[in-house]
Design a protein around this ligand. Structure first.
Ligand SMILES: Cc1cc2nc3c(=O)[nH]c(=O)nc-3n(C[C@H](O)[C@H](O)[C@H](O)COP(=O)(O)OP(=O)(O)OC[C@H]3O[C@@H](n4cnc5c(N)ncnc54)[C@H](O)[C@@H]3O)c2cc1C
Length: 400
């Protein structure tokens, strides 16, 4: 008989997920997560093992050693989120970087950067946000001035995941200051040993899991060869919007994964914990919370996989990726919040992952675009879609 996973996923996808789970069990990823929680170290070595075993970068085209589908990358983000949070965070921006290089890179760039990112030998980062440009990404000030065959990059980037650990950074900068930034920015592939690049500090974040890194970066006259421009000159905004759609879908997949073991913890605990002579799961005040948590998490999961399939089919999924990120972060928050409540006083202790899940779920509403910005994108697309009696419906066709 078919199981439900066979309806949603292909045989090859289920096989990939199963072998990934077996690998993560084999390396005791979940036990390492606990060690990182206690000792705060960056699991670079474990990330390398994941690459050596061939699990990284399934989104890459087959000729680059991948499986050519973002759906596999979402499965990877989801499973890493469930097994080992800091490992999932290394994968997060690395995967956004390699997916973007695969999409926009020329043969030389792909040949130079993808093998190391795929093997896990190199870690990737995405550098968009600046002190003056957060939600309003078009207001970046980092400049890239042409200097012969190179560009001189000057500026600052804030809140960059993996920023101080990354080997390869995608850096957005203004190349034509005289025009609107949407037509005047470009993106560069920068190696972290470039002269003039400096990590000012790593932040301690509310909800930042030990072993994850979030950095403030400075670019003081960093010379980047012109051949490292990704996409065309002044085409950085288009690359950014495509990157953000992929980022939001994969980020949401990671959150769905992070929430799964927390829901499971709430179910197990409520079944075992007795008060008033019975398991607390028998009180609707508890079991209805479980129902809401499971329902919202399932909806988020379906939205994630629907979104990556749209992207794989060539659609512009800006609206769906915003919906996926919104749903996944809010589902995760509800799961974590209710799990703390279901565990009572023990939910607040460090005996269980509920306390850190709650803090992490709070954090999840800000990266990859805040939830207000996700709502802004969704409503904008909905108003375009339904123009009223006299208006025309927005076209829903695939990109050429
Ligand atoms: C853990 C973490 C990891 C991150 N990783 C990266 C990374 O790897 N690379 C990177 O480039 N960036 C990264 N960021 C930055 C992140 O994308 C920004 O923090 C986010 O986009 C918000 O920008 P901001 O912090 O400047 O807030 P602001 O844009 O200043 O927003 C402040 C408040 O105003 C609200 N707001 C702003 N505009 C509107 C509007 N139009 N309508 C309604 N409300 C609005 C926001 O929702 C928010 O509540 C990360 C952030 C965090 C916390």
């Amino acid at each position: 008989m078919q199981n439900k996973e066979e309806i949603l996923f292909s045989a090859a996808e289920n096989e990939y997920r199963e072998s990934l789970r077996a690998f993560l069990d084999g390396v005791a990823a979940n036990k390492i997560e606990r060690e990182i929680y206690e000792q705060d170290f960056y699991p670079r070595e474990l990330y390398g093992k994941l690459g050596d075993a061939g699990f990284l970068a399934p989104v890459l085209p087959v000729e680059c050693g991948g499986m050519g589908k973002l759906a596999y990358e979402a499965i990877l983000a989801d499973e890493l989120g469930a097994a080992c949070v800091p490992l999932a965070w290394i994968h997060s921006t690395s995967s956004y970087a390699y997916a973007t290089i695969a999409r926009y890179g020329n043969e030389e760039q792909k040949g130079k950067y993808l093998p190391a990112l795929k093997s896990g030998a190199a870690i990737g980062a995405i550098a968009i946000t600046e002190p003056g440009a957060g939600s309003d990404v078009m207001r970046i000030k980092t400049s890239a001035e042409r200097n012969g065959d190179a560009y001189r990059i000057c500026g600052e980037k804030r809140n960059i995941t993996n920023g101080s650990k990354a080997d390869v950074l995608l850096v957005w900068a203004i190349t034509s200051p005289e025009v609107d930034p949407a037509r005047g920015m470009s993106v560069f592939i920068m190696e972290s040993d470039a002269k003039g690049f400096e990590v000012e500090r790593d932040y301690k974040l509310l909800g930042g899991f030990p072993g994850t890194v979030n950095s403030y970066l400075r670019f003081d006259d960093v010379q980047i060869p012109g051949r490292n421009m990704l996409g065309g000159e002044n085409e950085g905004a288009k690359v950014m919007f495509d990157e953000l759609a992929i980022e939001r879908a994969l980020y949401a997949a990671m959150l769905v994964g992070e929430a799964r073991p927390i829901l499971e913890l709430a179910v197990d605990y409520s079944r075992d914990r007795e008060q008033f002579g019975t398991a607390i799961s028998r009180f609707e005040g508890i079991s209805f919370k479980i129902a809401d948590m499971a329902t919202k998490l399932e909806a988020a999961k379906l939205m994630v996989y629907h979104t990556v399939r749209l992207i794989d089919a060539g659609f512009d999924a800006e609206q769906e990726s915003a919906m996926a990120k919104l749903l996944a972060s809010e589902a995760f928050y509800e799961v974590a919040h209710n799990t703390v409540q279901i565990l009572g006083g023990r939910g607040l202790t460090d005996e269980y992952p509920a306390e850190w899940a709650f803090r992490m779920a709070r954090l999840s509403m800000i990266p990859a675009g805040t939830n207000e910005i996700m709502r802004f994108i969704v409503q904008r697309e909905v108003y375009k879609m339904y123009k009223g009696k006299s208006g025309q419906k927005k076209s829903n066709v695939r990109k050429a």
